[in-house]
Ligand binder design. Structure first.
Ligand code: NAD
Ligand code: IPM
Ligand code: MN
Length: 363
């Protein structure tokens, strides 16, 4: 009989969703980097693929295949590429190839975690130094305006979508935001732990409830500053004074918009990973879309997908592997082997950017 400690460890079972547009090339890059890091650490990985998105809708009439949610739940980790093609639409005018509603509601991944960080060696369109932008947007992922996805009403003359905020949904996301702040070192500008509630409670009752629940939950976290900012002013401050932010918590639609604003200050969308976090299941993806105009042209920045893979590995308890990947990304930018051009593409292209990161993987 073979002693237990000489048996090979079970491979970590990762399901990838290549998606549409630049998705497949980004997943290809991320898998290459994960395999490189895992080989260094002698950590076996096993990959399976789930077809989903606009291409899948065109082929099958459905963006997600039967049984997909169960297959994703069964995986140790799920890495999703961007999906959607603007030309693939439903009769109501919305896109048919998106997965936001299907996966986020289907898997109840209530917290959308979007770290925004300016890394050394990355040129920003803003005037800030590396290290001075480092915050996390915690976006509520299952209600708000997007709960109306596919449920609004319209006729030829008018259309309405409703924004729903619930006490239970707000409480769990706000608590998640405060717990996230406890894991961090505070805002770059002053080192203080702070959770900023971003809303439009000056105007809408739904947001007034969100803010009320935020204030109630904040009482359980006296060690963390409970901060408020209206969403319009927050959009301004994310560009003017990003260093004041540590963790921000907000409704779904606001989080969608403001995270893209934040991305523009740290080298663009191609720098920004995310996690859709649930109680039992999570999945990880860049915050951006499928960028169809640059697809297949070696122009996409793979960093967002590679950092999403690092977030996935950390969530599976593979911290060392996550650190190896993040370290390689930092070294590639820090040593000038990788840089982002003004339009958001990596200098030298997607494959060269991936190679620069793979070459810098160190145990
Ligand atoms: P987008 O995020 O795809 O692109 C916006 C801009 O950023 C474009 O100029 C694009 O070229 C650039 N860009 C995005 N990612 C980049 C990267 N990694 N490297 C370099 N440049 C990058 O947004 P869009 O054009 O509004 O949407 C395109 C499609 O993606 C639509 O079908 C949309 O619905 C979908 N979408 C999907 C997701 C998702 O799957 N999570 C997210 C957003 C949008
Ligand atoms: C995102 C995207 C998605 C969203 C869409 C494309 C479903 O914009 O993840 O930021 O609306 O949340
Ligand atoms: Mn978005």
């Amino acid at each position: 009989m073979i002693p237990h400690d000489t048996l090979p460890a079970n491979p970590l079972a990762i399901t990838v969703i290549p998606g549409d547009g630049i998705g497949p090339e980004l997943i290809h890059s991320a898998v290459e980097v994960m395999l490189g890091a895992a080989a260094l650490l002698d950590m076996p990985l096993a990959f399976t693929e789930e077809s989903a998105g606009a291409g899948t809708f065109e082929r099958t009439g459905s963006a997600l295949l039967p049984g997909a949610l169960d297959r994703l739940r069964a995986a140790d980790g799920v890495l999703k590429g961007p999906v959607g093609l603007p030309g693939v639409r439903n009769a109501d005018g919305t896109e048919a190839g998106l997965l936001g509603g299907l996966l986020r509601l289907g898997l109840d991944t209530f917290a959308n975690v979007r770290p925004i960080r300016l890394r050394a060696g990355v040129t920003s369109v803003t005037r800030f130094e590396p290290g001075s932008i480092d915050y996390v947007i915690v976006r509520e992922n299952t209600e708000g305006l997007y709960l109306s996805r596919g449920a609004g009403v319209r006729n030829h003359h008018a259309a309405v979508d409703q924004l729903m905020i619930t006490r239970v949904g707000t409480e769990r996301i706000v608590r998640f935001a405060f717990e996230t702040a406890r894991q961090r070192q505070g805002a770059p500008a002053d080192g203080l732990r702070r959770v900023t509630c971003v809303d439009k409670s000056n105007v809408l009752r739904s947001f007034a409830l969100f803010r009320e629940v935020f204030d109630e939950v904040a009482e359980d976290y006296p060690d963390i500053i409970a901060d408020h900012m209206y969403a319009d002013a927050a959009g301004h401050a994310l560009v003017m004074q990003p260093g004041r932010f540590d963790v921000l918590v907000m409704e779904n639609f606001l989080g969608d918009i403001l995270s893209d604003v934040g991305a523009a200050t740290v080298g663009g969308l191609g720098m920004c990973p995310s996690g859709n976090i649930g109680t039992d299941t999570s999945y990880f993806e860049p915050i951006h879309g499928s960028a169809p105009l640059i697809a297949g042209k070696d122009l996409a920045n793979p960093t967002s997908q590679i950092l999403s893979a690092a977030m996935l590995l950390r969530s599976c308890g593979r911290d060392a592997c996550a650190r190896v990947i993040e370290g390689a990304v930092d070294r590639a930018f820090g040593e000038g082997a990788l840089s982002v051009l003004a339009g958001g593409s990596p200098a030298g292209g997607t494959a060269a950017a991936t190679a620069a990161i793979v070459q810098r993987l160190r145990d």
